[in-house]
Design a protein around this ligand. Structure first.
Ligand code: ATP
Ligand code: MG
Length: 751
């Protein structure tokens, strides 16, 4: 087996790779090779003969885990497949699948997504007769989530008023009771939400030492990437797992901690030093990713934060071009300028679309940018956002599948009981739920005795429903995931209902359901996969983390994503857009210095994703929440040492800028004046089109060909864009400049 990889490491990196035993912490700057060290450390372990089954590596996304596994596979071969690798949630869900019965859950428990959880909370708030403006589902959900991530059970929450913080004295004294009802209901529904996957793993290890012991024997090495973003619960779990052998290696960067708002606790880094006195600490300071300008600009930003561990990140890379600042009049124009810049950069440096990323603070910013990219035929993919699996029709069919696997699942039950319509109304559903609660029975028990609990007329369709679900259960036992899913889609009537809806939306919904079935087919036919049951498919998609849904066959696309999603990634060219006050830093993160510093770290993460070129942009007006707002440039722009920035000379599309704000109006006028006083590129002097100019057929036009245009004169075709009806050519007309022409309109003659 090769150890060539050791030659591709600097001295402290090599130390991190070869000293495989004992506790180790690597706290190091962005792009300094932390993930690389972690990857090769695992390869090193396997080279030394450690069994892949004994290594657990926790990453930020499943995609990151897959990439790591592939790299390790190159060194050690196929065995890498057996590593325990993935996100905390996916790895612990796997443990819980085997052990949940110790906690009284079925091993085929359902995983609730955020929507399911919020719907259930909404129902509980309603049933308790509470005011749903004070007890908004998302607020309550966040409180419960924060409690679980800090290992506070509902019992603790109710007993210790001080844990309730503001809520006790404030508007929401009932959150503890809602937490209790929610916890009991999800338990009775045999369901866990995302936070339960962590909370219950901790509980399992705390209450069942024999189970903990089993995993301590099995997991000899624990490795964690992005350690700065772990929460207390995650930390406790890995500490327990590594308690016997103490082989635990964590890597992270305090300057990139961006999940405190979700309970991530940067003090885990300090706790780690306290908990492992024999700790080997390694510092990496050389950045291999970015140009000097980008590294220095990032340093100048993070220096503004008070809370940080001292670090001196530097790079031996080239100095590189300055960071370019793009000012736009409107969000629409921002999109256009960025699309234009991508087009130009790509041509000039022969880049691929996949060399570019556009990063924003919130998903809602993507729309204007997407429009601009589409209009210039720039291929892009959006990572995160409303995912395929969150579309209604897709969720409906998934709910059927989940329910067939777990009839206790209340959220799925509510979703499908009257879908397609089978005459079981809301009041009947409420009766069923109340009966289940009153008698401490499961909903499924109530359904099976429908005649007893609901009036005679409603009982018949419920009996049919029960019979159907039982039939599906048999299918799932006998068939693979695809055949079972197809039976469910057909047998439930869902496919037919969508098929009969011939509206445009109906067709697209039908297609989406077909696409889901295709995905399941792909899952079943994947030769790498051993488990082909419907249950394992559902588990996999319920734990997909935004970045994972990369089923696209064409990888050459511009990536659009939030900065949170971009953590750990790198791109040649990066655009950070919407650098405006109240947007970035976010309006919601301005109430304390700590929050502002977290936003600044987010900005630092964004900057450090870029390898060669970084662009920052802002708009002076922007549509937000359906209204046009005037914006001010972000304070973060002032944090960047100005000697690394130049203002872009590109302006475009000013005609379409909405002339609403006074400021914007002045600016538009100013720029218009500048444009008016700048000589526009003219046709070469003396050029006159021949009198008999007759355009020729351009269907055979190719890059490199010479053409003639009645106004611009002779030119060379630089690039053809053949997609769709709008065939376009970019042509260099020498002194008349470069033009992109629509071939259906342009009068051109091939010469
Ligand atoms: P982040 O903080 O963003 O997660 P990181 O510290 O994990 O960054 P990596 O992603 O591991 O950094 O490395 C950044 C880039 O530098 C990668 O492209 C990696 O391959 C490269 N790199 C790291 N170390 C070296 C090295 N010694 N020689 C050459 N390239 C290196
Ligand atoms: Mg990394």
């Amino acid at each position: 087996m090769t150890t060539d990889y050791l030659d591709s490491l600097n001295e402290p990196q090599r130390e991190g790779v070869v000293n495989t035993e004992g506790p180790c912490m690597l706290i190091a700057g962005a792009g300094s090779g932390k993930t690389r060290v972690l990857t090769f450390r695992i390869a090193q372990l396997m080279n030394k003969g450690v069994d892949a089954f004994n290594i657990m590596s926790l990453t930020f996304t499943n995609k990151a885990a897959r990439e790591m596994r592939e790299r390790i596979e190159k060194v050690v071969g196929h065995d890498a497949r057996n590593l325990w690798m993935g996100t905390f949630h996916s790895v612990f869900a796997r443990i819980l699948r085997a052990e949940a019965h110790h906690l009284g859950y079925p091993n085929n428990f359902t995983i609730y997504d955020t929507d399911d959880s919020k719907t259930l909370i909404k129902n509980i708030v309603k049933e308790m007769g509470l005011d749903d403006t004070a007890y908004k589902a998302s607020t309550v959900y966040n409180r419960i989530s924060a409690a679980k991530n800090s290992l506070i059970s509902w019992e603790d929450y109710l007993q210790n008023a001080e844990l309730m913080g503001d809520d006790a004295a404030n508007l929401r004294p009932e959150i503890g009771k809602i937490y209790k009802a929610y916890a009991l209901r999800t338990f009775r529904a045999g369901s866990m939400d995302f936070d339960d996957l962590l909370f219950n793993t901790d509980k399992l290890f705390k209450e069942h030492l024999e189970v903990l012991n089993k995993y301590q024997q099995r997991i000899h090495y624990v490795l964690v990437d992005e350690f700065q973003d772990t929460n207390l619960c995650q930390y406790y779990i890995i500490r327990k797992l590594a308690a016997v052998r103490q082989n635990i290696c964590v890597v992270g960067d305090d300057a990139q901690s961006i999940y405190a708002f979700r309970g991530a606790d940067i003090t885990n880094i300090l706790n780690f030093e306290r908990d492992y006195p024999d700790l080997k600490v390694i510092k990496l300071e050389q950045n291999y990713r970015s140009t000097q300008n980008i590294v220095e600009a990032a340093n100048s930003v993070i220096k503004k934060n008070r809370a940080q561990l001292p670090k001196n990140v530097w790079t031996a890379n080239e100095q590189g071009p300055l960071i370019e600042l793009i000012k736009a009049v409107s969000d629409k124009e921002e999109g256009k300028l960025i699309a234009g810049s991508i087009f130009q950069e790509r041509m000039q440096h022969q880049l691929k679309f996949s060399d570019f990323a556009i990063l924003y603070r919130t998903n809602s910013q993507s729309r204007a940018i997407e429009e601009a990219l589409r209009s210039m035929n720039i291929k892009y993919k959006m990572v995160g956002g409303l995912s395929f699996y969150q579309r209604k029709e897709v969720k409906d069919l998934l709910a059927y599948m989940r329910y067939v696997l777990n009839q206790q699942d209340e959220a799925s039950f509510r979703r499908i009981i009257n879908l397609p319509k089978r005459g079981i109304g809301d009041s009947t559903v409420d009766k069923i739920v109340v009966a289940a609660n009153d008698h401490s029975m499961t909903i499924w028990d109530v359904l099976q005795n429908a005649g007893h609990f609901v009036g005679g007329r409603s009982a018949a369709p419920i009996e049919d429903f029960v019979a159907m679900i039982k039939r599906f259960t048999l299918e799932v036992e006998r068939k693979d995931a695809f055949d079972a899913a197809f039976e469910i889609a057909k047998g439930s009537g869902l496919l037919r209902e969508l098929y009969e809806d011939k509206t445009v939306e109906g067709l697209s919904r039908h297609e989406n359901v077909q696409e889901l079935l295709n995905a399941i087919k792909g899952f079943v036919e994947d030769p790498e996969r051993q488990e082909k049951s419907l249950g394992s498919f559902l588990q996999e998609i319920s734990l997909a983390t935004g970045q994972d849904e990369d089923k696209d066959k064409d990888p050459d696309k511009v990536t659009l994503m939030t900065i949170h999603m971009a953590k750990g990634l790198e791109f040649r060219n990066v655009y950070i857009v919407g650098l405006e006050e109240d947007l970035f830093p976010s309006q919601m993160m301005l109430s304390s210095r700590a929050e502002l510093e977290e936003e600044r770290r987010l900005f630092y993460v964004a900057i450090t994703r870029a390898e060669k070129r970084l662009f920052l942009s802002y708009a002076l007006t922007r549509y937000r929440f359906g209204r046009l707002k005037n914006c001010e440039p972000s304070r973060f722009l002032d944090d960047v040492d100005q000697s690394y920035i130049k203002v872009s000379s590109k302006f475009g599309g000013l005609e379409s800028a909405p002339p609403t704000s006074q400021y914007a109006k002045t600016l538009v006028n100013g720029i218009k004046k500048t444009i008016a006083s700048t000589p526009v590129s003219k046709p070469p002097s003396g050029y006159k089109p021949p009198a008999d100019f007759a355009p020729s057929d351009t269907s055979a036009l190719k890059e490199g060909m010479k053409v003639e245009h009645p106004k611009f004169g002779f030119g060379t075709v630089l690039q053809m864009d053949m997609s769709g009806a709008d065939r376009k050519a970019r042509i260099n007309f020498g002194s008349a400049g470069e033009k992109t022409l629509l071939l259906s309109f342009a009068k051109l003659r091939i010469v």
